[in-house]
Ligand binder design. Structure first.
Ligand code: ZN
Length: 280
């Protein structure tokens, strides 16, 4: 991805030097579910974690511009998402509210609870922040075989996709179904939410290319490799040796690749209604 020399977002909270303290508060006040997990963690398990963790103390780090290479890359990608979604929201007669992105190392306290690097990148709708431990980049390369710089851009764009769903009220609608439907049905809704976030990541790539000519040969393939690597079927097979479709929460490798690609090819947010699609 061509990114050097472009503006950074200025909405980065860099908590990497904080040593990863986990703030645990009392009471089970937090009912928000972490929607933004990109790896195959079950959101229901995450909710348990959030509830048992209790309400963490609100933590906000002043935003700053990272000075290291990896941090700068994230800063530029986040800025690119602001440009793209700012324009799309404006076209549709509304104003885009930019999310903050928290860089952390080890573990982090969010308004959705405490999380560790093992959780993978996530979006917390309560504080409207994206959380990323950059060690996930090594995971993508070593564990998932998705090298290059573009997979991290895809991951950021996917998490920002959850922010879009939050702004549009989509994630609230899904969350309202919790407890109303069976776990299997809820997992299906979760898959639709995740595939739509992949679609939005593709929409972002389409517009970023038009605005900044930022996509290089091989970038889309890198994103597709990453999307395939973190499909539920692939992850389940790796972790438990068998595939249990009812437990899917993010979609198969093929689905994740296809919805990202659809977003990239159309660039049209109206083509991404995974909830009413005749097939996923
Ligand atoms: Zn996600």
């Amino acid at each position: 991805m061509r990114w050097l020399g472009r503006r950074g977002s200025g909405n980065i909270e860099d908590r990497r030097s904080g040593g990863g303290k986990v703030a645990l508060g009392g009471g089970a006040l937090v009912v928000a579910i972490i929607l933004g997990l990109i790896t195959g963690k079950n959101p229901l398990e995450m909710l348990d974690m959030v509830q048992s963790g209790g309400a963490p103390q609100e933590q906000t780090t002043p935003t700053s511009a990272p000075t290291d290479e990896e941090g700068k890359f994230v800063d530029v990608v986040l800025a690119d998402t602001e440009e793209v979604w700012g324009a799309i929201f404006k076209e549709n007669g509304s104003t885009y509210q930019e999310p903050n992105l928290v860089l952390f190392r080890g573990s982090v306290a969010s308004a959705c609870g405490s999380a560790s690097a093992a959780t993978g990148p996530f979006y917390c709708p309560t504080d409207q922040k994206v959380y990323i431990d950059l060690s996930f980049k090594d995971d993508l390369t070593k564990r998932f075989g998705a090298g290059g710089d573009f997979p991290m851009a895809y991951v950021i764009a996917h998490e920002v996709g959850h922010h879009i769903q939050n702004l549009m009220g989509t994630s609230d609608k899904v969350q309202a179904m919790r407890g109303q439907v069976s776990e299997t049905e809820y997992n299906r809704l979760s898959v639709k939410l995740e595939l739509q976030a992949d679609f939005y990541a593709g929409v972002w790539a389409n517009h970023a290319q038009k605005m900044f000519n930022s996509i290089e040969d091989g970038d889309i393939q890198e994103a597709l490799t990453a999307a395939a690597a973190i499909g539920d079927d692939r992850l389940q097979k790796q972790s438990q040796g068998e595939i249990v479709p009812d437990a899917f929460t993010h979609g198969t490798s093929e689905q994740r690749m296809r919805w990202f690609k659809k977003g990239y090819e159309t660039g049209d947010i109206n083509q991404g209604d995974t909830f009413n699609a005749s097939s996923l």
